[in-house]
Design a protein around this ligand. Structure first.
Ligand SMILES: *[C@@H]1O[C@H](CO)[C@@H](O)[C@H](O)[C@H]1NC(C)=O
Ligand SMILES: *[C@@H]1O[C@H](CO)[C@@H](O)[C@H](O)[C@H]1NC(C)=O
Ligand SMILES: *[C@@H]1O[C@H](CO)[C@@H](O)[C@H](O)[C@H]1NC(C)=O
Ligand SMILES: *[C@@H]1O[C@H](CO)[C@@H](O)[C@H](O)[C@H]1NC(C)=O
Ligand SMILES: *[C@@H]1O[C@H](CO)[C@@H](O)[C@H](O)[C@H]1NC(C)=O
Ligand SMILES: *[C@@H]1O[C@H](CO)[C@@H](O)[C@H](O)[C@H]1NC(C)=O
Ligand SMILES: *[C@@H]1O[C@H](CO)[C@@H](O)[C@H](O)[C@H]1NC(C)=O
Length: 500
């Protein structure tokens, strides 16, 4: 609560400072052979305004053109990850196109080249420290090679093959092909499996190469792996990215058979966890996808923690918190809501690296939203929820956190069941599907039933595919402990508990 009041106060104070808060788009265009006039960032050569969010879309008018943008002057607030003021440049019409790079700091003359009809640039400033900005102009040229790009691969769970041109015959000289694999959602998994590989060899892969871009980190130049020669690259499993970009480049001499690669897109498209909570004594952990690694871009995850009545209390404790900082938490944020109605009441948005104070509410349900945009990703959050109180339902439904979608890795959720006056409790499972087998003691993913609380005697341990089944336990209270490991996820379970 203190946190919420404090940020309201800061926003109020800041609003007295003259400030441009602008979301603007400039459409720029030209024809083949032309060079544009110089453009400058807002306010340049004076200080650029705070809280800018400006877009430039350059239209080269034909998908077979090449657009080159040159920057004779560039000076933005410096940061290792360009988290504060930055210019991101994309090869395409929107921020979902290939990110060529994200730039900040002071740079001497540089150019950025992209192929296709559009280049898109996003200039952002935060609410601190002025940047002087930049000047740029662009030129448009016709490409002299027919395009071998394949930019619309994937789109959802599926698989397919990608090969170099002419495969298995030798690839042509002067080849530059880009492939973009779209998983449809950053919560899915992309597996790349090279099945054949033969390119001109060089110690630094200087001549012919395959380059796989899977992430955007470090200095905000996309991280990539480069391959050449005849060693078949190892299988790659990519998580937390909606897109993977592959480039195949061959220079003007020496040709070989090239490569063949299989891609597989798997996993669920949702990161929602709407079945958290339980009777008093229940608890669990909510964490951002991939935590403690960086969360994915462009996701929206919803979480719901509910209990059996309005007189129980729901607590949230923040164990770790690191989300892209912005004064109004406009870009990436966690938002808490005091109930779970269609239009719930917001308790505030959280971002930055200050760990928020715990949140406690006497209510039957609280919800939470985690939203990220198309740039800057960080380690995210780890939050523990607990339920306390004295009100227990005599019957109810318990499901794994994302049911019927696949459960997350590293899940840890404990559900307490204590029907009033019960001495025999029935658990009726409608559906049960988890990784593992009872023969290896369910050591990967499991649902453990304990008598009493989390430290009570183990009555059952379930895993594998069990379909529907019923069990009865002579107990007044049970704790169902759901735990998953670092890989392989399935649908999970749904169960109805009653007093017999
Ligand atoms: C720029 O182009 C987009 C897409 O064609 C259009 O929606 C937008 O209104 C244009 N903006 C301006 C300022 O002309
Ligand atoms: C892809 O390649 C594999 C062998 O590497 C082959 O079995 C499969 O049929 C190919 N699929 C398509 C769609 O070409
Ligand atoms: C949701 O919360 C608001 C404010 O606390 C309250 O006015 C509203 O009645 C609640 N709705 C439900 C269904 O509990
Ligand atoms: C979340 O934090 C808790 C408590 O510090 C820790 O036990 C748990 O392993 C963490 N989970 C993840 C996925 O980081
Ligand atoms: C509500 O919960 C509190 C704390 O657990 C308890 O003392 C009180 O009796 C409960 N009230 C009702 C109406 O159940
Ligand atoms: C539990 O038992 C007590 C005493 O026998 C009784 O007063 C109460 O109504 C029972 N509660 C329920 C939910 O059956
Ligand atoms: C669990 O139950 C045992 C036995 O009733 C008790 O000694 C212990 O304190 C309880 N633990 C927790 C965490 O409530």
């Amino acid at each position: 609560m203190k946190q919420v009041l404090l940020s309201v106060l800061i926003i109020t104070l800041l609003s007295d400072i003259p400030n441009v808060v602008a979301d603007s788009l400039f459409n720029l265009t030209g024809v083949v052979g032309s060079t544009s006039p110089y453009y400058t960032s807002p306010g340049h050569p004076g200080n650029n305004p705070h809280n800018l969010n400006t877009y430039y879309r350059i239209n080269g008018r034909s998908s077979s053109n090449v657009i080159t943008v040159s920057f004779p002057f560039f000076q933005l607030e410096k940061h290792r990850l360009c988290n504060f003021d930055s210019l991101a440049i994309y090869e395409g019409p929107t921020t979902t196109a290939r990110l060529i790079g994200k730039y900040c700091g002071t740079k001497s003359f540089f150019t950025v080249t992209g192929r296709g009809q559009y280049m898109y640039m996003n200039y952002r400033t935060d609410r601190n420290i002025h940047s002087i900005g930049f000047r740029f102009r662009f030129s448009i040229a016709a490409s002299n090679a027919p395009s071998c790009d394949q930019l619309s691969i994937g789109g959802g769970p599926n698989s397919g093959n990608i090969t170099s041109p002419n495969y298995p015959l030798n690839y042509p000289h002067n080849t530059d092909c880009r492939y973009r694999i779209n998983a449809g959602s950053a919560t899915r998994i992309i597996t790349l499996l090279f099945t054949a590989f033969n390119l001109e060899s060089h110690i630094d892969c200087k001549y012919d190469f395959v380059e796989v871009h899977t992430g955007f980190k470090g200095n905000w130049s996309p991280t990539s792996k480069k391959y050449c020669g005849s060693a078949v690259p190892a299988r790659q499993v990519i998580t937390g990215q909606q897109y993977v970009y592959i480039r195949f480049f061959a220079d003007r001499s020496v040709a070989r058979s090239g490569f063949q690669m299989r891609y597989i897109i798997s996993g669920g498209g949702s990161c929602d966890q709407l079945h958290l909570g339980g009777e008093p004594g229940s608890n669990g952990v909510i964490f951002s996808p991939n935590h403690p690694s960086d969360y994915p871009k462009n996701i929206m995850c919803r979480y719901k923690v509910s209990s059996s009545c309005h007189n129980n209390t729901i607590h949230f404790t923040f164990n770790a918190f690191n989300i892209e900082r912005n004064a109004q938490c406009r870009w990436d944020y966690v938002e808490m809501f005091s109930n779970c109605t269609v239009t719930p009441v917001s308790l505030g948005r959280y971002c930055g690296s200050n760990v928020p104070d715990p949140i406690t509410r006497r209510t039957a349900c609280m919800s939470m939203k985690f939203k990220t945009d198309s740039s800057v990703t960080m380690s995210g959050f780890n939050i523990t929820y607990t339920i306390s109180g004295s009100c227990y339902g005599s019957t109810g439904v318990i499901s794994s956190p994302s049911y019927p979608m696949n459960y997350p890795n590293f899940a840890q959720n404990n559900y307490v069941v204590k029907p009033p006056n019960a001495t025999l409790i029935r658990l009726g499972f409608n559906d049960f599907d988890m990784e593992g087998t009872e023969s290896n003691n369910c050591r990967f993913d499991s649902l453990t039933i304990r008598q009493g609380n989390e430290t009570g005697p183990i009555l059952s341990k379930f895993c594998g595919f069990l379909g529907s089944f019923t069990r009865e336990y002579a107990a007044t209270k049970l704790t169902l402990m759901f735990k998953t490991d670092r890989s392989v996820t399935r649908r999970g379970f749904q169960c109805v508990y009653t007093k017999v």
